[in-house]
Design a protein around this ligand. Structure first.
Ligand SMILES: Cc1cc2nc3c(=O)[nH]c(=O)nc-3n(C[C@H](O)[C@H](O)[C@H](O)COP(=O)(O)OP(=O)(O)OC[C@H]3O[C@@H](n4cnc5c(N)ncnc54)[C@H](O)[C@@H]3O)c2cc1C
Length: 436
């Protein structure tokens, strides 16, 4: 966590603390997707079950409230339209950058607010509560974009890229997946050879987030740079700025989900970058990729948790308002029990994710817990959106109802950054299933 002394600087950058007397701090009006609910549903009813304290600091609680307010005021009114038009919003991304949402875990010396991973996941959770696409832009921008450069870059690389990325002048992407190398990421075909002080890269990548918009500035590309002594591929990560000759990024369209996040196919055709663009040491790329995914899984879990929370709130609100047989459908035990199960699973998901974040923030091993959190939170969101649509009846299948977008957005979460099957492999290995 950044210190209190730095709160003023963070406020100046936009990550502002909630002012004393703020209606939320004072326990007053609570909003659901932009609709003030004061009077119809008490804050205690809404907050007590889904929003346990978990020992969060005052600063983290205020961060949550501020991001919630931003998401409800700035994202909620346009989320449906952006989704419908499959539009990546530069304006909204810039606003999120002005709030300080890129580089949240980066220390102040490189231009970030220096907060911890739990704070970062709270931010992603609150964005996903309203819109998975904007949460994806921030999550990929941090875990996959800024993360590898900050954690493995040398001082020159950090100084060159991190402050600009934190200011949101540009976004960084992580080029791992290839058309023939998905879950089996080590089977990359993209290759880089060193010639006269330059890496010459050839190959392609697919499904790369934040890689094609005018804000896309740099990609960490995983490439095969040789053969190791044991005969396996030597894999390294190389920084390739967008616009480098031989590097083409093409926007992928007609997505089912995350329709207003930027997804691209990348092509490298004799693309040349200086030798010094190597990230860390030659041959460390696979290890860097695994660690990056461990971190990224926490953010994907936060998206599952936030998305589940948002869908649950929509369903609860609808069930309390929709009348059939002369009464609110929430009073039918079948519906009430569905909502009870949703609230319970969300609570369990939050505990699992926050525990994994606390382990990471304490410098303890967290890979297994990150895999568990990613697996569980994404699958909880699946169950919550399914019940959420069921509670909405036929209206839940109509685009004018937000629950329909949540239903679609959920699906990526059991696939991206390691499918549910891959998470189960990680966990089952850890618990000793195969060491017999
Ligand atoms: C919108 C979007 C954004 C993305 N962003 C990025 C990004 O920024 N950077 C990036 O590098 N990638 C990104 N990805 C790629 C994503 O991480 C991959 O799609 C994912 O890892 C799965 O790879 P695949 O699609 O090739 O599926 P495959 O690996 O082909 O899997 C197909 C099926 O086989 C199963 N399977 C595979 N291997 C095993 C096994 N050993 N045991 C059991 N089952 C198995 C899988 O679980 C899955 O059900 C993104 C994808 C999408 C859709």
């Amino acid at each position: 966590m950044g210190s209190r002394r730095n709160a003023g600087e963070r406020a100046a950058r936009g990550v502002q603390l909630l002012a004393p007397g703020h209606p939320v701090a004072a326990g007053g009006g609570v909003t659901l997707h932009g609709i003030t609910r004061r009077g119809s549903l008490s804050p205690a009813q809404l907050w007590r079950i889904p929003m346990i304290d978990f020992g969060l600091s005052e600063e983290q609680k205020m961060l949550r409230y501020n991001i919630r307010e931003f998401a409800e005021n700035e994202i909620a009114p346009i989320a449906q339209e952006l989704d419908e038009n499959e539009e990546f919003s530069i304006e909204l991304t810039k606003k999120m950058a002005d709030l300080g949402l890129f580089g949240i875990f980066v220390p102040e010396e490189y231009g970030g607010p220096g907060m911890n991973y739990l704070s970062y996941c709270i931010v992603v959770e609150e964005l996903a509560r309203i819109d998975g696409s904007q949460a994806a832009t921030v999550a990929a921008g941090n875990s996959l974009g800024i993360g590898p450069i900050y954690y493995y870059g040398n001082e020159k690389q950090r100084q060159e890229w991190i402050p600009r990325l934190c200011r949101g002048e540009m976004l960084a992407s992580f080029g791992l997946t290839e058309p023939e190398a998905g879950s089996d990421a080590g089977s990359s075909r993209t290759a880089a050879r060193l010639e006269n002080g330059e890496w010459i890269i050839n190959g392609s990548k697919i499904f790369i987030t934040n890689s094609t918009s005018p804000l896309a500035g740099i990609c960490t590309v995983q490439a095969v740079t040789g053969t190791r002594k044991d005969g396996k591929k030597e894999i390294s990560c190389i920084l390739v700025p967008n616009g480098t000759p031989g590097f083409t990024a093409k926007k992928m369209t007609k997505k089912m989900m995350w329709r207003s996040s930027d997804t691209g196919e990348l092509y490298f055709d004799d693309c040349r970058v200086p030798e010094e663009n190597l990230l860390g040491k030659r041959g460390e790329g696979f290890h860097q990729m695994l660690q990056t995914l461990d971190n990224g899984r926490l953010a994907i879990a936060a998206m599952g948790l936030g998305g589940a929370q948002g869908a649950y709130e929509l369903a609860l609100k609808y069930a309390r308002e929709r009348k059939q047989f002369g009464v609110a459908v929430s009073t039918f035990q079948a519906i009430a029990f569905m909502l009870a199960d949703m609230a319970t699973e969300i609570e369990a998901a939050r505990n699992l994710l926050y525990k994994a974040c606390v382990l990471r923030d304490s410098g303890l091993p967290f890979s297994t817990e990150a895999a568990m959190a990613k697996l569980y939170c994404s699958e909880v969101m699946g169950r919550v959106v399914d019940r959420g649509v069921q509670i909405h009846g036929g209206y839940g299948l109509m685009k004018e109802y937000n629950i329909e977008r949540f239903f679609r957005d959920y699906k990526l979460l059991t696939i991206g950054e390691g499918t549910s099957e891959v998470q189960r492999i990680v966990i089952s290995r850890h618990i000793g299933c195969y060491d017999v």
